[in-house]
Ligand binder design. Structure first.
Ligand SMILES: [Zn+2]
Length: 137
């Protein structure tokens, strides 16, 4: 007779020396969930294949005994994720800036000039060559 506690113990024994979960695996499982939701709307076998591959990869990593290698993979993933988030943050910042400022290009020298918006028709003086021109901010 195997009851639930027995199964739990068996699983715990099975997991000894194995890698377990990390951020990369959470991301893999998260991606599978997103794909499952998408596949409700878009019927395609491609999703099923990708889902299966990701699941095999995630469980393979989880039960792996090469913990050093899995740790390295996770570190690389965290690194890539951090850089992607940083890039995304900068893009959002630039978009926010874009609403507050207008970029003018000096007709004389081509220098880009950042002018706050909302002042109507203004005279812009190029800080590089001193050329003055009119613009609408
Ligand atoms: Zn200029």
């Amino acid at each position: 007779m195997t009851d639930l506690n027995d199964l739990k113990q068996k699983f715990a024994r099975f997991m000894v020396g194995r890698y377990g979960s990390d951020e990369l695996n959470q991301a893999l499982f998260g991606t599978v969930l997103v794909l499952i939701v998408i596949s409700f709307f878009v019927r395609s076998h491609v999703f099923l294949v990708v889902e299966l591959l990701l699941l095999v990869l995630a469980y393979g990593r989880m039960f792996s005994k090469n913990t050093a290698r899995r740790f390295q993979e996770n570190q690389r993933f965290l690194d890539v994720r951090f850089r992607a988030l940083e890039r995304w943050r900068k893009i959002r910042e630039r978009l926010k800036d874009g609403r507050k400022y207008k970029i003018f290009k000096c007709p004389n020298c081509g220098q880009k000039l950042r002018i706050p918006r909302g002042h109507g028709k203004i005279r812009v003086r190029c800080r590089k060559c001193g050329h003055e021109f009119e613009g609408r901010s």
